[in-house]
Design a binder for this molecule. Sequence first.
Ligand SMILES: C[S@@+](CC[C@H](N)C(=O)[O-])C[C@H]1O[C@@H](n2cnc3c(N)ncnc32)[C@H](O)[C@@H]1O
Ligand SMILES: *[C@@H]1O[C@H](CO)[C@@H](O)[C@H](O)[C@H]1NC(C)=O
Ligand SMILES: *[C@@H]1O[C@H](CO)[C@@H](O)[C@H](O)[C@H]1NC(C)=O
Ligand SMILES: *[C@@H]1O[C@H](CO)[C@@H](O)[C@H](O)[C@H]1NC(C)=O
Ligand SMILES: *[C@@H]1O[C@H](CO)[C@@H](O)[C@H](O)[C@H]1NC(C)=O
Length: 502
Amino acid sequence: MSSLEDEAVEQNTVEGLTSSPSSDTDTSTGAIITITIGATVPTGFEHTAAEEVKEKIGSDARISKDRGRIYFPITTDKLFQVHLLCSVDNLFVVVAEFDCYQFKESKEETLKELQELASTLPWTNALEVWRLNRTLKKKKGHRKVGNTTRAKSKAAPSDVAASAEAAPHKLPQETSLADSDTKSVVTPDSETCQQDLEETANDAKVIKFRVTCNRAGDKHSFSSNEAARDFGGAVQEFFQWKADMTKFDIEVLLNIHNEEVVIGIALTEESLHRRNISHFGPTTLRSTLCYGMLRLCKPQESDIILDPMCGTGAIPLEGAIEFGESFYIAGDNNDMAVSRTVNNICHIQKRRAEKGSPSGLPIDTVQWDLSNLPVRTSSVDIIVTDMPFGKRMGSRKKNWDLYPSCLREMARVCRPGSGKAVILTQDKKCFTKAISRMGGLWRKLHTVWVNVGGLHAGVYLLKRTAAMFGQTPEDIYESRGRSDAHMNETDDKESSELQPNV
Ligand SMILES: C[S@@+](CC[C@H](N)C(=O)[O-])C[C@H]1O[C@@H](n2cnc3c(N)ncnc32)[C@H](O)[C@@H]1O
Ligand SMILES: *[C@@H]1O[C@H](CO)[C@@H](O)[C@H](O)[C@H]1NC(C)=O
Ligand SMILES: *[C@@H]1O[C@H](CO)[C@@H](O)[C@H](O)[C@H]1NC(C)=O
Ligand SMILES: *[C@@H]1O[C@H](CO)[C@@H](O)[C@H](O)[C@H]1NC(C)=O
Ligand SMILES: *[C@@H]1O[C@H](CO)[C@@H](O)[C@H](O)[C@H]1NC(C)=O
């Protein structure tokens, strides 16, 4: 397949692009160049991701605020490190960016300009990085062996449309509520289109590509579909590549956000957020978001970290792998959830053992009900958890019971004065109410607004105050009158607390 990579350079040269110093050399010995990497990250955690980049790669990242994107420069010798970042979902190398692209009024003019743009972009370095990345991949031995018989057969148009549904970014399990995808429709004005173009040649040597357009903004005269189609057509003509929706070598990204236009080449084939999870549940949280939540509470050596509603264990597992100096306890009341967590842990342990690592993961799993944890008072340093939103999991009505009892029990087990909690929930109203009634056991430090599978959710960083548990009128009242609490989620009035229930 190296002929294919050579092809990229050849095409380049043929088309008369200014060649970079290394474009004719083997990339493994090629000159080191500086390029800009773009990364999609969980919305709201852009700063956390930037922090990680600074810490692990040493670059200062530019943050595209609240858009789930960051950009940072690297030299190509650091390319492999980029794939080891824990906060990034997808990676790409930037070909060109326009902060203030002046779109023409009419659709025709705009699309024509996009077509003209394709041949004027500085593609060389980005293609070089894409090639280098392939070399890395081959070295790692992760390369997928294509089925050539199939790849050569020409797909009928209907097949192409169908396969568009199962684009490599979307794995079959991609149904989880907590799984937002960069491709998901976030606002009515944003959309995504992966444009496949008519196949022109049957030459297996020709580079196959596709264009994916992500568009957000309400002032565009065109759709992402049209942009991908016309821009893609021009790219095809320029490089003489072949369009292929599913078996592409290169994915060209056209990201349009209002007036900002960024053209890139993808460096990930699937989102990195599924790493290390093998048994998925209905609401498995993306590892990248788990990582962001864990970072918020800065785990220290020998900290005891609890996830009392662990589901498939995504949070404690990410913690045990990335912040392995702490000790984790994962619990859930659902036996399916507990067994998934155990399976996920076993899977990683096995992989570690195969690699010759003798140490087990610092994590235990327990089945429990969180309103009565078998955990000593004031013994936990950090709680990191993802509460049932009341949509896929539980119900809004149940939350009015669950949230207060959960916060109270967490306040009991958490160390007064130093304990922390990081809690993700979409039921913000219920959560805020519950916090306000905790008799000052918890103090809200910071809220990160995130997008979880298209739902607006909050990640609350709480600090356990020095107040002793069980000594304030509120928590005594609450634990006695628990079932008198709100039974109606739409009722916001304090007085409902006084209404006898049943
Ligand atoms: C949003 S899910 C957590 C998903 C998890 N973060 C993951 O990645 O798989 C909430 C979990 O809370 C659990 N749960 C609900 N009520 C509970 C209770 N009273 N005690 C313990 N766990 C409970 C549910 O079984 C569910 O697995
Ligand atoms: C780039 O390299 C990484 C790490 O080796 C690999 O996982 C990924 O699939 C490669 N991306 C592409 C587009 O080949
Ligand atoms: C390739 O795919 C065809 C059709 O699905 C199958 O019959 C064949 O065994 C496959 N070959 C390899 C090498 O996987
Ligand atoms: C977790 O996943 C990453 C990415 O696939 C991998 O490099 C790493 O080895 C995994 N960690 C463990 C402990 O298996
Ligand atoms: C909940 O509130 C709604 C609207 O205020 C009301 O129609 C409904 O009857 C209430 N349900 C209960 C169980 O109190």
